[in-house]
Design a protein around this ligand. Structure first.
Ligand code: CA
Length: 442
């Protein structure tokens, strides 16, 4: 149902709000992503919002004005608080009702009290601040790019880069929800323990190999009871939508601490998400077939479904840019480090969600699942600097300022962007995820 096309995907539909029709906008009428916002620097309560053009629709104002009716009214009433968990718990029928009601009020020719209330609710995006859009009970990070796994594996285990489980199941670790922050939040370079090459004993200090990871995240809608797994056929009914996610990583700490129990301090100091959640319904035009190469293991039956094979992938274009202090001081645009697409992942979001629950684990509305680093098939498509610099042995050029990096320096801001575009469909975007590295404290 999330994959079906309907009139809200029609690329020819325009809005009476001119900024929603601007070429290249991330937020045309066909997108309508959800987030949580308030006016910047105000003491207003955070509440739900939907991005349209350069504006935000205030969903609390829409609810108060009674601008939508029926199932859409029930849905919008669940968007008035400072987190979207109640709305996500309602499921796809409610999500669709609200999307379609807002679409009808926004399209060219709309009129009446509902349209007037929506117009009155608009707040310029330039004047708002966001918070993480749900109260995240649990955060899990997968590891689903075979190119990333091979690139990093070669650095860590040159003789055996790909672990044997990788091609049989979407592997993951349970992450830390408390340090998931909204785009724009700076963080301090983490302290920790590392084992320098050739040293006899580990050292404690500031991370020397700080990295980013280009990922997407997806938010859980209705949950499942403990002991009741979600089968592949129903997996996407439990996924609300997707965002950009940066899994900041302290490689020196991570590589020393990770065996045998997995990532800990190397990953738990900060994870950045973008403000807007692009719904699976908005992504429907960009679904693509999923398959494993014929000479590689095929998914076991419980991780397979006809819909997943037909349209389980999502073609999201992604890029990473680095803005150093010098870029800002000299007014130079950030340098692009890499670009790729989410379509190259070895496992789909449905397979990740099903795998998470197959042992009986219960997911809850608003939980966040990361896809793992998204690296494409070529070196130029690598989603982390440890891959671009081949484990810190090669310079990654920053041509805009005539400099280079092997890992991140203090003052560096990493910017992730994502968008979908193809002939015959409206271009939709994810906005951005941005975070700046501050000096270590300690
Ligand atoms: Ca990761």
């Amino acid at each position: 149902m999330n994959m079906e096309l309907n009139h809200t995907h029609d690329a020819n539909t325009r809005s009476w709000l001119e900024s929603a029709n601007a070429p290249g906008t991330d937020f045309p009428i066909q997108n309508l992503p959800f987030g949580v916002f308030r006016r910047k620097g105000s003491s207003e309560a955070f509440r739900g919002g939907v991005a349209i053009g350069d504006q935000v629709i205030d969903l609390a104002a829409i609810a108060q004005a009674g601008a939508v009716s029926g199932p859409a009214a029930q849905a919008v009433n669940a968007c008035t608080g400072d987190a979207l968990n109640d709305f996500l718990a309602l499921g796809p029928t409610a999500w669709r009702a609200l999307r379609h009601a807002l679409f009808d009020l926004l399209k060219t020719g709309a009129s009446g009290p509902g349209m007037n209330a929506l117009r009155a609710s608009l707040v310029p995006q330039a004047e708002v601040e966001h918070r993480v859009p749900t109260r995240i009970g649990d955060y899990t990070d997968f590891y689903t790019s075979i190119h990333h796994a091979r690139n990093v594996g070669r650095v860590m285990r040159p003789d055996d880069p790909l672990t044997p489980n990788f091609q049989w199941l979407p592997i993951a670790y349970h992450g830390r929800a408390s340090s998931v922050v909204i785009s724009g939040t700076p963080f301090h370079r983490p302290m920790g323990q590392a084992m320098p090459p050739g040293a006899a004993a580990p050292v404690y200090g500031a991370c020397k190999r700080l990295d980013y990871e280009l990922e997407m995240g997806f938010y859980v809608g209705p949950g499942n009871a403990m002991g009741e797994p979600i089968p592949m056929a129903q997996a996407e009914q439990h996924i609300f939508g997707m965002c950009l996610l940066n899994d900041w990583s302290a490689r020196d700490h991570q590589f020393w601490e990770m065996a045998p129990l997995g990532p800990f301090l190397g990953k738990n100091f900060c994870t950045t998400v973008s403000p807007w959640i692009v719904t699976l319904e908005a992504l429907a035009p960009y679904r693509v077939p999923f398959s494993h190469p014929a000479d590689e293991p095929q998914p076991l039956a419980y991780l397979d479904s006809p819909a997943n094979a037909e349209r389980g992938g999502v073609d999201v274009q992604l890029e990473v840019r680095l803005e150093a202090r010098e870029h800002r001081e000299r007014g130079i645009a950030p340098d692009r480090l890499s670009a790729t697409s989410f379509r190259h992942q070895y496992w789909t979001i449905a397979q990740m969600l099903t795998q998470h629950t197959v042992g009986g684990c219960n997911l809850q509305p608003g939980d966040l699942l990361g896809t793992g680093t998204i690296s494409g098939p070529t070196q130029a498509e690598a989603g982390a600097i440890v891959e671009l610099s081949v484990g810190g042995t090669k310079d990654v050029p920053l041509p805009g300022i005539g400099s280079q990096r092997r890992f991140l320096e203090d003052g560096d801001t990493v910017i992730l962007r994502g968008w979908c575009e193809k002939p015959g469909a409206a271009r939709i975007g994810f906005g951005e995820s941005r975070g700046e590295v501050l000096p270590a404290v300690g």
